[in-house]
Design a protein around this ligand. Structure first.
Ligand code: DX5
Ligand code: ZN
Length: 216
C-alpha cells in the first residue's frame, strides 16, 4: 500500500526530523493546498513544496483545493510536484477537467481528480480513463482531524469495480479521517493509497506508519 502523510498536520518547528522520518518510512507525501476560497481555509504555497523537494526524493502528491486549479497546477508543477490532483467541483465541467488533465500530463506529471463527499462517482465517469489518481474525500475538504465518513467504503468499492470492469489502472487514494481502525476496510475494498494527517503526526511518525501498514 502507498502511505501519503498529509503535511497539513506536520510540526514545522521539527521540519528536519519529521521529514527524515517521512523519507525513511513512506512512499508519498501529501500537500493540501487551500486557497481560502474553494474551501474556508488557507494553507501553503510553492515555497514549502520546494523545501520538501530539495530534501526528499519521495513522490510529492499535491491536492489542490482551489478555485483556479489551472493556475495553481503550473505553480506547483514548477515547484517540483510529482502529481497534481484537483477537484471536479472547481469546474463542474467535464471538458474543462479533461483539458487540465491533459495539460498536467503534458508537463510530465501524474494527474488526478478528487470529489467531495456529496459529489457522485457517476458524474465523473467519463474522466476515469484519463486519470492516474482518483482522490476520494472521506471528509468535507478544508480541515485535518475530522471524522471519517463511512460512506466512503461503498464509493471505494464502486471505483474498484469500475476500474476492474474497464481494465483501467488509476490509483484509488482516500483522504480524510484515515486511521488504524478504518485502514483495513479501505484497503480490502480496493484503496491503493491512504492519506493520513493527524493519525501519522500525532506521536511517533514511523510507529504510526507501521500501524497503518499492519492493517493491510
Ligand atoms: C482535508 C485534507 C486532508 C486532511 C487529512 O481537506 O485534504 O488531506 O488534511 O487529514 P486527517 O488525516 O487529519 O483527516
Ligand atoms: Zn488532501
Amino acid at each position: 500500500m502507498i502511505i501519503s502523510p498529509s503535511v497539513l498536520s506536520m510540526h514545522y518547528e521539527d521540519f528536519r526530523k519529521e521529514l527524515a522520518d517521512l523519507n525513511e518510512s513512506v512512499e508519498w507525501i501529501h500537500f493540501d493546498v487551500m486557497d481560502g476560497h474553494f474551501v474556508p481555509n488557507l494553507t501553503f504555497g510553492p515555497v514549502l513544496l520546494e523545501a520538501f523537494r530539495r530534501n526528499s526524493d519521495r513522490f510529492l502528491d499535491v491536492h489542490l483545493m482551489v478555485s483556479d486549479p489551472d493556475y495553481f497546477a503550473d505553480v506547483f508543477a514548477k515547484a517540483g510536484a510529482d502529481s497534481i490532483v484537483f477537484h471536479y467541483e472547481a469546474y463542474n465541467d467535464l471538458e474543462k477537467c479533461e483539458k487540465l488533465i491533459n495539460k498536467i500530463h503534458d508537463m510530465g506529471l501524474k494527474a488526478g481528480i478528487s470529489i467531495k463527499p456529496k459529489t457522485t462517482v457517476e458524474e465523473i465517469i467519463p474522466l476515469l480513463d484519463k486519470i492516474d489518481i482518483f482522490l476520494l474525500m472521506s471528509v468535507e475538504p478544508g480541515f485535518g482531524g475530522q471524522k471519517f465518513m463511512i460512506e466512503a467504503l461503498d464509493r471505494v468499492e464502486q471505483l474498484k469495480r469500475y476500474k476492474d470492469e474497464h481494465d483501467l489502472n488509476y490509483i484509488i487514494e482516500v483522504d480524510g479521517g484515515v486511521n488504524d481502525s478504518n485502514a483495513h476496510d479501505l484497503v480490502s475494498r480496493g484503496t491503493d493509497a491512504l492519506v493520513a494527517g493527524s493519525f501519522v503526526f500525532k506521536g511517533d511518525i514511523k510507529d504510526n506508519v507501521r500501524k497503518l501498514r499492519e492493517c493491510e
